[in-house]
Design a protein around this ligand. Structure first.
Ligand SMILES: [Zn+2]
Length: 322
């Protein structure tokens, strides 16, 4: 069984959010984390799902006793998510946050329970549910369906059958992979934000259509935002842009690579460790060999990336988190 540490859980969560939308960034705080996700802030507690050893099917996460209080002290407009992640099944379990927010007891820590069989069902179908002994409805979902869960959270925990029917109806018009829930077909999608063509053009010209990280042209280069577009400071200006090839654009956006304010390029060791643990680090040595140590910069220094943008960009991708 893969045991995930704090950073692994952070990466698993961020990856799931990114599968759903480009409009996402990390807003600091330590488990519970805070993210901007699509159109709102979410405060998320995430735990590692492991076996209780009592019955083969019973799994759980453990929560610190002060979690309910921490969640009550969140920023008021934030939506709250209480999640567990199992790397073995590649599935999230979600508990009803309102039950935790109401919790008054002062234990040192407590457990929230889920079921292996239901997690496996979710891995295969997309979604699954389990009703706990105290009547709490736990929702299990595949990482790519985290957006669907967030958007239908309250209904899923309280009026599950009706919520599932509504999901099947509301998501029908989108193009995506259909999933089966109780013999119904559900379709979901991810959102892309509208791109500003002028920003793209200005960045590509500043960098002579070359990837700033590897120098490749070949029509494979696009304009990346340093401070993500979803953030208030994610402006469409050249000093907030980098021309990057597809490989390095993705590397930058997922925080695998980051750039310090002296324009040096670095591999994010916490991200690498996580990928190794998940068995997804093949090709790393070849990838590292081809990495430049510094950015290729534009001819004109007024187009250089602004150092403040570079450090904020790293923060918002969780790079500085140790
Ligand atoms: Zn490149």
């Amino acid at each position: 069984m893969v045991i995930l540490n704090k950073m692994d859980l952070f990466h698993a969560l961020f990856d799931a959010f990114r599968q759903h939308t480009d409009l996402v960034y990390f807003d600091g705080r330590d488990n519970p984390y805070r993210f901007f996700f699509k159109d709102k802030f979410v405060t998320v507690f995430i735990g590692n799902i492991h076996s209780t050893s009592r019955t083969p099917d019973e799994y759980r996460i453990q929560c610190p006793g002060d979690l309910p209080e921490k969640l009550r002290n969140r920023q008021r407009e934030d939506k709250v998510l209480v999640l567990g992640f199992s790397a073995d099944v590649n599935t999230f379990s979600a508990w009803d946050p309102d039950r935790l927010l109401d919790r008054k007891s002062r234990v040192q820590r407590f457990s929230l329970y889920t079921r292996l069989s239901r997690m496996q069902e979710a891995a295969a179908q997309g979604l699954s549910t389990h009703t706990d002994t105290d009547g709490q409805i736990v929702i299990m979902f595949r990482p790519d369906l985290i957006g669907l869960y967030v958007e239908n959270q309250a209904a899923l925990h309280r009026d599950t059958d009706r919520a599932l029917q509504r999901i099947a109806r509301d998501y029908k018009q989108f193009l995506a992979r259909p999933i089966a829930v109780k013999r119904q077909r559900i379709q979901v999608t991810s959102t892309a934000y509208p791109r500003n063509p002028r920003f793209r053009q200005a960045v590509l010209e500043a960098y002579s259509y070359r990837c700033a990280m590897c120098g490749i042209q070949l029509g494979l280069v696009d304009a990346a935002h340093i401070v993500p577009h979803a953030h208030l400071q994610g402006h469409d200006v050249v000093s907030n842009g980098l021309a990057l090839c597809s490989l390095h654009h993705r590397s930058f956006d997922t925080g695998l690579l980051y750039v310090r304010d002296d324009y040096s390029i670095h591999l994010n060791s916490s991200r690498v460790k996580h990928l190794k643990k998940m068995g997804r680090a093949d090709g790393l040595s070849r990838y590292e060999e081809q990495l430049r140590s510094e950015l290729l910069l534009p001819a004109n220094d007024e187009w250089f990336p602004a150092p403040d943008n570079l450090s904020l960009g790293s923060e918002l991708r969780g790079v500085e988190l140790a």
